[in-house]
Ligand binder design. Structure first.
Ligand code: ZN
Length: 500
């Protein structure tokens, strides 16, 4: 059996090598590649992805897995976890017919190109036909995977394994009942917070230089990573020892670059702190997008937008930008970076209204998959929900239904993981505060090691060993996601800021 395990590990490592090479090519595509390289790159990616898929779903891998899964061993051990996770991936991968995989790859790649142009020209009609095909392929994929209750379950499972639509809907409904009136109350008091100090000229290079300071202080290891610029910030891992992040810098405002850097830094800390002995194995990455997002949102918001964090960094920031900030108090700055304002664009939304953008997408996706909503009617449905949740009507499709890249790349069922991450970040944080009550005082001294050590021990080092629910249970004692801690956090924080 020992030998079979070694054979399996070697096979999976070869497949991982190909997938990591795919990741390097994707990173290059988004960071450095000239636009002329797009067609050739799409083919390179398609060939490598197909090769990795075929190697993985081979009978040889299947036989090794079936022999090895009969061996009884400690659930938490590396070997048992590898076999368990590989079996789950294998069973899913085998359900997808190669023709469907190929068709999806081609359509999703084309979808992104079509979307980019449609978005630039603010014209949904250019995107409609390919989106109809994308929705249809997602329905075919869901049918191939199979599901018990809801077709959405099959797609959600790709990003948040084992999570059920019904549970997500229940938790979101709970959030909605409290967040919608909270946003209304804030809007009535909107003049309490002025964030105009953030909307001045902030030199790009200086912003970049400042961002690197907290990024390294929270524990991002530059010897095993690097930061570059890209149109949409992201984190990507080629190895435990090479985890890269990107950010974007606007010269006319302070905020997106720094908070984007902390967000991606949070994702990267998870990937860099997977146990070294899992390097090169199927377990060497984060376990689900919700858990991943709990890390990024925690460092970005719970830490990065806290008063104690800025007690330490604000005097330094004032030295970087004396003209803009020397006469601005810490309190005014803290309020400005926490301004709540219903707006059109999800990625630029504040902590409170952000979730409303997710509810809208979650509901529309379900209607599309169950064919209650036609793609042709999507812009109107989008605008109606924007009015319902945020009291706004987008001036054009680019500010509305065309704003996100996800659907164009074939990702339906992905959006809920953002709000799941927000919720989880507070479930974890409340637990951490019980273990380390003086954490905010540590932040005020610029110390983040205890927080990172806690996450490394409880979550990061396990990689994909445990599912999200297993981790939540082991770490907090709860069975799954619970909205309570997150709701208490936003209500307390924003009632104080907005004097509600
Ligand atoms: Zn993220």
């Amino acid at each position: 059996m020992e030998q079979k395990l070694d054979t399996l590990k070697a096979k999976l490592k070869e497949i991982k090598n190909i997938n990591d090479a795919v990741a390097v090519l994707s990173w290059d595509q988004q960071v450095f590649m000239p636009s002329g390289g797009a067609t050739a790159r799409a083919e390179q990616l398609a060939t490598l992805s197909k090769l990795a898929h075929e190697m993985f779903i081979s009978d040889e891998v299947g036989e090794l897995l079936s022999d090895l899964s009969e061996v009884n061993s400690d659930y938490d051990s590396d070997a048992a976890s590898m076999v368990r996770v590989a079996c789950r991936d294998y069973e899913k991968a085998r359900k997808l017919p190669p023709d469907l995989v190929e068709e999806m790859s081609r359509t999703f790649s084309l979808g992104q190109q079509t979307w980019m142009k449609a978005r630039a020209e603010k014209d949904f009609s250019q995107f409609q036909e390919i989106l109809e095909k994308i929705v249809d392929l997602n329905i075919q994929m869901a049918e191939a995977y199979g599901y018990d209750e809801s077709i959405y379950d099959a797609l959600l499972d790709q990003y948040e394994p084992e999570m059920k639509t019904e549970h997500v809907a229940k938790v979101f409904a709970e959030l909605k009942t409290e967040l919608v009136p909270l946003v209304q109350a804030i809007v009535e008091n909107k003049d309490v917070v002025d964030n105009s100090i953030l909307k001045q000229e902030y030199d790009e290079t200086t912003q970049w230089g400042f961002g690197l300071i907290p990024l390294q202080a929270i524990g991002y290891d530059m010897r095993r990573g690097r930061q570059d610029k890209s149109a949409h910030p992201f984190t990507i891992s080629f190895s435990v020892n090479d985890v890269r992040i990107t950010t974007r810098v606007y010269k006319d405002q302070f905020g997106p670059a720094l908070f984007g850097t902390l967000h991606e830094g949070g994702h990267a800390l998870y990937e860099q702190n997977v146990a070294p002995e899992l390097e090169g194995t199927i377990l060497a990455s984060g376990t689900s997008l919700g858990i991943h997002e709990s890390q990024s949102r925690l460092w970005e918001n719970v830490v990065g937008r806290s008063k104690s964090f800025w007690q330490f960094y604000y005097p330094n920031l004032q030295k970087f930008f004396p003209n803009q900030l020397k006469d601005v108090s810490l309190d005014s700055f803290y309020q400005a970076i926490n301004k709540v304002k219903p707006d059109f664009i999800r990625v630029e939304a504040d902590e409170v209204t952000y979730n409303l953008h997710i509810f809208l997408r979650f509901e529309l996706e379900q209607e599309l998959l169950t064919k209650r909503l036609k793609v042709a009617d999507l812009p109107d449905a989008w605008n109606a929900k924007m009015e319902e949740y945020l009291g706004l009507t987008p001036p054009d499709d680019a500010m509305g239904v065309l704003q996100d890249i996800h659907w164009s790349g074939g990702s339906i069922g992905y959006f809920p993981t953002y709000t799941l991450g927000n919720i989880l970040s507070l479930q974890f944080y409340n637990q951490i505060l019980q273990d380390i009550p003086d954490l905010p005082e540590q932040f005020a001294r610029g110390e983040f090691e205890a927080l990172l050590d806690w996450f490394r021990e409880k979550i990061h080092r396990h990689g994909r060993k445990f599912t999200a629910n297993e981790l939540i249970n082991r770490v907090t004692g709860a069975k799954s996601i619970e909205a309570g801690p997150y709701l208490s956090y936003v209500k307390e924080k924003y009632s104080e800021i907005y004097k509600l």
